[in-house]
Design a protein around this ligand. Structure first.
Ligand code: DC
Length: 206
């Protein structure tokens, strides 16, 4: 069974995807991490993430970079959003994601374009959303817990800018697949959101 989980930043899609993978015994791929690695590599190379040539060169990042905690930072998320607009970058990362989805037994992948581009054949597609306010508040608490000095307003502004870029890019924009189940987590706690996602998968798959 292939499960595609798409949605904007801090919607809860990562938590939901991990929990679904555990529940259904499937391997999981956080595709945002690949774009974060490209953004981070581009930065380390001194390249401009808005330049398609520099961004494409950064797709040759080493596997070890995927474990760098810096990839989880807001800065890396912003760089990822910028390199991800380039069609050449999306093409370079396509095969790895598609092969992961197509492995025997299936998989859970989360990202922005899993249900529309990477695995349109997915058995179940979830599109996870939440209000900007709810997402900013979650990210703020996460960052505070990590001891980072952040402001709620800055986080909300950053989220809104990233949403705008991810939704309006020409290639593979963030959009729900026609056959996706919509899950709004604004008023749901972690356990409720996971339970709702499991119920949606069971309802689709029987
Ligand atoms: O899910 P995330 O916050 O780790 O993603 C970081 C950025 O990577 C996001 O703003 C857009 C890009 N991305 C993408 O374009 N396509 C994906 N499948 C996953 C992430």
């Amino acid at each position: 069974m292939i499960i595609a989980v798409d949605g904007p930043t801090a919607s809860g899609k990562g938590t939901i995807a991990k929990a679904l993978a555990r529940h259904f015994g499937l391997p999981h791929l956080d595709t945002g991490l690949l774009y974060r690695a490209v953004g981070r590599q581009c930065f380390l190379d001194g390249g401009n993430p808005d330049d398609p040539v520099a961004a494409l060169a950064a797709c040759a990042f080493s596997e070890g970079l995927l474990t760098d905690p810096e990839l989880r930072s807001e800065a890396s998320g912003g760089l990822a959003s910028r390199v991800s607009v380039h069609p050449a970058v999306r093409r370079a990362l396509y095969e790895r994601q598609h092969a992961f989805a197509a492995q025997p037994g299936g998989a859970v992948l989360d990202g922005r374009d899993i249900g529309t581009v990477i695995a349109p054949e997915a058995d179940v597609k979830l599109f996870v959303t939440a209000s900007v306010e709810a997402r900013a508040q979650r990210r703020f608490l996460e960052m505070q817990a990590q001891g980072r000095d952040v402001s709620l307003d800055d986080i909300a502004a950053d989220l809104a800018a990233r949403d705008e870029r991810d939704r309006n890019r020409k290639d593979a924009p963030l959009v729900a697949a026609d056959d996706a189940v919509l899950l709004d987590t604004s008023d749901l706690g972690r356990e409720e959101a996971v339970a709702a996602a499991i119920a949606a998968v069971v309802a689709r798959k029987g």
